[in-house]
Ligand binder design. Structure first.
Ligand code: FES
Ligand code: FES
Length: 172
């Protein structure tokens, strides 16, 4: 038996054919020890193991941006990120960005600019927008639209999303 197969067998869950692995995740400043399927996405671990359901599953294929979180300060699609690969990384989700009584400026701007309708894409839009302002993105509307193009909004709230992002760029 190969080393890989031996290790998989050692960590196999008794009720599942899929091997699991223990992973230490730092999420929103707290450390969580998670025993999850080695194939589990960061998105599924956040939602199903840690009950952080603010991060949404849209396509589960890296095409919509609904699952955007920050990994070590950079935006990633959580549906395309293996949870086991995030061992020891700093993960920030929408729940860690602000609180209902103390919104992050980007959250407040989305509210004041009416930058959502159904809200399903909104947490991903906000996490992307916060990251965009840390990236070498140009300041024009076209630059921001391009940088945010990985975040799809079925409701078509793009104009107000752009206005919110540009408001935070200008006002902080
Ligand atoms: S759910 Fe991850 S990109 Fe769509
Ligand atoms: S607000 Fe409905 S998908 Fe964007």
């Amino acid at each position: 038996m190969s080393t890989i197969v031996s290790r998989a067998a050692e960590t196999a869950h008794p009720e599942s054919a899929a091997p699991t692995v223990r992973t230490s995740l730092r999420v929103n400043g707290q450390t969580h020890e998670v025993q999850a399927d080695v194939r589990a996405s960061l998105l599924d671990v956040l939602r199903n193991h840690l009950q952080l359901t603010g991060t949404k599953k849209g396509c589960d294929h890296g095409q919509c941006g609904a699952c955007t979180v920050h990994r070590n300060g950079r935006r990633v699609n959580a549906c395309l990120t293996l949870a086991v690969a995030c061992d020891g990384d700093e993960i920030t989700t929408i729940e860690g960005l602000g609180s209902p009584t103390c919104l992050h400026p980007m959250q407040a701007a989305f509210v004041s600019h009416d930058a959502y309708q159904c809200g399903y894409c909104t947490s991903g839009q906000i996490m992307s927008a916060v990251a965009v302002l840390q990236e070498p993105c140009g300041a024009t509307d076209a630059d921001v639209r391009e940088a945010m193009s990985g975040n799809i909004c079925r409701c078509g709230a793009y104009a107000n999303i752009l206005a919110a992002v540009q408001h935070v760029r200008r006002e902080g």
